[in-house]
Design a protein around this ligand. Structure first.
Ligand code: 5GP
Ligand code: ZN
Length: 120
């Protein structure tokens, strides 16, 4: 199995992050390739707070791990690269999964927090 590629992007109508990936809603891009799009969180919780999303739509990290584990690995590698550039490689990676756990956008996204010493 290979990581997702751009020419087979799966989107979902009325998904905020599908619209951001498509450029229909503006965002501050940090990184992009065929598989992922990374952009600054609108409400940052750290000096550097980037969201890394797969271009294909999966509702959460559990579904992503089941359906495209290579894409999940690619998200982690992207987070590592962002943190290497921003803060010597240290970062916190969060996937809120499910409404009760704080997920508010149901297109899987990694919160990458870095750029400063983080509270525990
Ligand atoms: P969740 O609560 O689902 O784990 O994370 C959703 C994140 O998306 C939140 O941290 C929120 O600040 C961010 N967010 C929501 N709407 C927008 C938007 O329109 N643009 C950007 N850049 N971030 C957004
Ligand atoms: Zn989506």
């Amino acid at each position: 199995m290979t990581a997702d590629v751009k020419n087979s992007v799966k989107t979902e109508a009325d998904c905020l992050f599908c619209k951001i990936i498509a450029g229909e809603i503006p965002s501050y891009k940090v990184y992009e390739d065929d598989v992922v799009y990374a952009f600054k969180d609108i409400n940052p919780k750290a000096k550097v707070h980037v969201l890394v999303v797969p271009k294909n739509h999966y509702k959460n990290v559990a579904e992503l791990a089941e359906q495209s584990p290579e894409t999940l690995v690619h998200i982690v590698e992207t987070a590592k690269n962002i943190a290497n550039d921003a803060f010597g490689g240290s970062f916190r990676l969060i996937f809120n999964t499910g409404k009760e756990a704080g997920q508010s956008v149901f297109h899987v996204h990694a919160h990458v927090l870095t750029g400063e010493v983080l509270d525990e």
